[in-house]
Design a protein around this ligand. Sequence first.
Ligand code: CP
Ligand code: NVA
Length: 329
Amino acid sequence: MPVSLKGRHFLKLLDFTTEEIIYLLDLAADLKGKKKNGIPHDTLRGKNIALIFEKTSTRTRCSFDVAAHDLGMNTTYLDPSSSQIGKKESIADTARVLSRIYDGIEHRGHGQEIVEELAKYSSVPVWNGLTDEFHPTQILADLLTIRERFGRTSGIRLAYYGDARFNMGNSLMVGCAKLGMHFVACAPAGYFPGNELTEKCKAIAAETGGSITFTSDPTLGAKDANVIYTDVWVSMGEPADIWDKRIRDLSPYQVNSAVMASAAPGAVFMHCLPSFHDCNTEIGGLVCEKYNMDALEVTNDVFESPASIVFDQAENRMHTIKAVMAATL
Ligand code: CP
Ligand code: NVA
């Protein structure tokens, strides 16, 4: 049976089969080719979508906006302070109102249960633009980027360094399991994905030929890895006073040239961005100064090295988000 995702929500990769994820990657590659060759693909002309951001964003917001315009759609952006959501109106009521007006709804927020609730009450597709637990549109972009670089995803070993129990660690683990990749979480005790999700992913990986392993040894973590991946040590919505503990716990897991040298020949560096690879941002500057560091989760030399494919990833956010909308609307 050919894959059809019409009318489906896109809330987490666990809800999708391997075949469906590959279908989305193929569609994204096709749409990327069309965009590069100037071939119009405004097949969703006249549709309208709502973009709800309860946390800030550069890549996800811009990707949804441009992808929607390329597909011929109009967008309405609701920022963290300009709607009634959660304050004067419940998620259930918001979903029922917006799905009378719009053809699709993107939501970036806090707990996964919020976007799941929105989807439950929405009669139009809801797309998860990041929760504390999962960031599925990011993973699609990452998988497409890996496939472009290595010509395949199956059998690729990806080592995730840092806080592996938050949205990026969790959802990379799911994405790797679904596509027969080897996922390694390299983190201190207490920073690994939860047991329930890990067991689910191990069962999926057993079917797809992938694997899930955890280690607290920063040298061993990179062994044979084709991809070294990291993310910020403090995520959106977390309190600023957590930095002390995170610097203490996660500094040994900084991605630096020694980590890259321990990886497989030809290994690439990936990061969902934004990144504190130097001290040239407001928050990065304050943290660097306080802890006397010149970079946080990744050193600048690695970030700027030829092995770094972070801007390919960023571009692919747009093509893969476009595929999600084109497939579900
Ligand atoms: N990677 C990512 O989601 O970036 P933004 O927070 O800028 O959307
Ligand atoms: N873990 C990060 C990802 C940003 C794309 C955060 O939630 O802030």
